[in-house]
Design a protein around this ligand. Structure first.
Ligand SMILES: *Cc1c(COP(=O)(O)O)cnc(C)c1O
Length: 224
């Protein structure tokens, strides 16, 4: 897409977020570094990538005030490649992964934020935790010992459907998980506050259901 189109798209979405507490994650996967620079010039500061190698290759090419969010499944053996710079891992789906993030972040003397990814879609392929699995993690002694990874909220990917009732139901479910975990485990913890939900086709709906982080790719950069 032409630069003016990218900045127009970004500004339209930023405009929509004015007056809300929500922020935009510009999802840049598959797009070349020049497009990321254009988005940066137009004001984007949070970039989302779903693959470790791609994110690690792009990161040195962008200014250091970019917040890099990993939004795709993360294998424990790949945490080390992003630990020096990643701001938030939105796809935390096991205690094992949390423990490895702790280990790698400690090596770099950093604190990495994490979001618990929940399964909310009615599609088998979309991964994520159940509420029971998340609570098992949060109740474990190992979780309480973590010092270099801080849970900052929840993330979910809704079903790929135009059915607004279903989308609303799934977003409400994620919001319900957030509220429950907040009350039970993070009532005193101000940094647990993010609900990452909503993509190009459904971010309006997600915002109305309380999203604090929308993850938007194709509505900014065009189709992949
Ligand atoms: C690709 C991706 C997005 C963005 O999708 P668009 O439909 O292009 O906005 C959001 N979240 C996740 C987890 C993704 O993988």
């Amino acid at each position: 897409m032409r630069q003016s189109v990218i900045s127009d798209n970004l500004h339209r979405i930023q405009q929509r977020l004015t007056g809300t507490a929500a922020r935009l994650v510009a999802v840049t996967k598959t797009h070349p570094v020049e497009r990321l620079r254009e988005a940066y010039e137009a004001g984007a500061r949070i970039f989302g990538e779903n693959r470790v190698q791609e994110m690690a290759a792009k990161q040195p090419e962008l200014p250091t005030d970019v917040e890099w969010h990993l939004i795709g499944h993360l294998q424990t053996n790949k945490v080390k490649y992003i630990a020096p710079f990643v701001h938030t891992i939105q796809s935390i789906d096991s205690l094992k992964l949390l423990l490895e993030v702790e280990r790698q972040a400690a090596k770099h003397n950093r604190v990495i934020k994490g979001l618990l990814q929940f399964h909310i879609a009615d599609e088998e392929t979309k991964t994520g935790l159940t509420l029971a699995e998340a609570e098992e993690i949060l109740q474990s002694a190992e979780f309480r010992s973590l010092q270099h990874v801080r849970l900052a909220g929840v993330m979910g990917i809704a079903t790929n459907t135009p059915n607004e009732d279903q989308l609303r139901r799934e977003f409400r479910q994620l919001r319900g998980y957030f509220d429950k975990l907040k009350a039970l485990y993070f009532a005193e913890d101000e940094s647990f506050r993010e609900i990452s939900m909503g993509m190009s086709s459904d971010y309006e709906l997600a915002l109305r259901e309380g999203s604090t982080l929308i993850r938007v790719g194709s509505a900014i950069f065009g189709s992949r």
